[in-house]
Design a protein around this ligand. Structure first.
Ligand code: UD1
Length: 421
């Protein structure tokens, strides 16, 4: 299995282009199942999760062609030829559940393997299912699969999500676009990726209002058509690289970065001692003083501090002045990076969903291992500031969500390489 070697190497400088958002692409691609016409997606990140989604869509009948080295994908589903999203593909990627809404809306029948647990918590899909039931879908859970039927088509309804789940909001938005009548979804997720999905659906002919707020109204239409759409910027990739100059010192420019998609995160970084400036090309980030100050963080649904940047923030706070308290409220069991950071000399105590980080002067390089995507990158970030060599194992997690991660870190002067084994 490949690993990544990082040597702490002092301040960083230079620029990094930010890719299209993985989490947006993973819902935009299934949305193309809603029409029999071609949909062109541009600015698609080249990641293993995108390959898995391609594989899943091809198994359902989608024809896919790629240009521009995979950044431009044309997806055409003239006909849904299989209603089965097989366990062998779904188990690789939870976001596979996002084919359920579009398949049932277009095809009237779908069977999708239940994603099961994953390293960062139980992650059930009950809200997806209750919402679809509200739209008139008949559900049956058998042999590890959700069997869904809507022989008479979907019917608009008012449904309030018990929690603002990102995936459930996406599934319901896609399904309701082809339902009869009006659907009002309350307490929905407000993430920029939801707005990107609504933008795509509108350009396919859907009638959607309110995305970006907590109530979305959808007037169902009878069919959707082909279009072309550019995937929104990856705010989590942006936030991850923003950490590099704060951890290692220096100043970098993140091309295509926008502050408005990460406002609460930017405010927290400024509280800790970051200088963030908007430029014509993106965001410039620098460490203001020699030291980073301890700050307290609570992860929340958008527009709050993103759970997907909590591990990276913890890496930063390991060497801050003082004691920081991080509260993880979105996922249980999302502190698996903490014991690895402790192996690098950090002082972290975890109790339930709370981690207390007492800043230490230096981290030391160590062999470490991560069990999820964001945890892996937090260990690379920690390695930038550590004395000596950090070897991060299980880098296949990174391939799921960070495009060209080694060359992007190298572009700002980091001493990092991938060892093929
Ligand atoms: C998406 C993102 C992920 C991010 C997360 C929260 C994608 C592909 N992934 O994941 O990177 O960390 O949002 O910002 O976009 N829940 C239920 N029942 C449900 C659905 C969710 O209990 O039916 C719970 C989950 O277990 C979790 C919480 O709600 O504890 C948040 O989940 P959700 O917002 O649905 O996240 P995902 O869409 O899976």
């Amino acid at each position: 299995m490949d690993s990544i070697i990082v040597q702490g190497n002092g301040p960083v400088s230079g620029e990094i282009p930010i890719s299209g958002a993985k989490n947006a692409a993973l819902t935009l691609m299934p949305a193309t199942l809603l029409t029999d016409e071609p949909v062109i997606l541009t600015n698609v990140p080249r990641l293993s999760d995108i390959k898995t989604t391609n594989e899943l869509l091809i198994s359902l009948g989608t024809k896919i062609s790629m240009e521009e080295d995979g950044q431009k994908i044309t997806l055409t589903t003239q006909e849904i030829t299989s209603h089965l999203a097989h366990y062998d593909i779904v188990r690789k990627m939870r976001a596979s559940i996002l084919v359920l809404g579009p398949m049932i809306a277009r095809h009237g029948i779908a069977a999708v393997s239940l994603p099961g647990g994953c390293a960062i918590g139980a992650r059930p899909v009950d809200i997806h299912l209750k919402g679809l039931e509200a739209l008139g879908v008949e559900l049956d859970l058998r042999n590890g699969y959700v069997h869904a039927r809507a022989p008479k088509g979907l019917k608009g309804a008012i449904y309030e999500l018990p929690f603002a789940s990102v995936g459930a909001t996406e599934n319901l938005l896609m399904a309701a676009s082809l339902a009869t009548g009006t659907t009002v979804l309350k307490n929905v997720a407000r993430e920029p990726e939801i707005v990107d999905l609504a933008d795509l659906l509108r350009s396919m002919g859907a009638n959607i209002n309110g995305d970006g707020s907590s109530v979305i109204t959808i007037e169902g239409v009878t069919s959707l058509h082909g279009t072309s759409h550019e995937v929104v910027t990856d705010r989590i990739e942006l936030g991850t690289y923003m950490m590099a100059p704060l951890i290692a010192g220096g100043k970098i420019e993140l091309l295509g970065g926008k502050r408005k998609i990460l406002e609460s995160f930017c405010q927290k970084l400024e509280e800790a001692g970051a200088e963030i400036t908007e430029s014509e090309r993106g965001l410039i980030v620098a460490r203001k003083n020699a030291h980073i100050r301890a700050v307290d963080v609570i992860t929340e649904p958008y527009p709050g501090f993103p759970t997907d940047l909590q591990a990276q923030m913890m890496a930063l706070l390991c060497t801050a002045d003082g004691k920081s308290v991080l509260n993880e409220t979105i996922f249980e069991n999302r502190f698996m990076h903490a014991p690895e950071l402790v192996r690098m000399g950090a002082n972290i105590e975890v109790q339930g969903g709370t981690a207390t980080v007492t800043g230490v002067k230096n981290l030391r390089g160590a062999p470490v291992m991560a069990t999820d995507l964001r945890a892996s990158v937090s260990l690379i970030l920690a390695g930038l500031a550590a004395k000596g060599e950090t070897r991060v194992a299980r880098v296949y997690h990174l391939d799921r969500g960070y495009e060209k991660v080694v060359s992007k870190f190298r572009a700002i002067g980091a001493n990092i390489e991938r060892l093929k084994e």
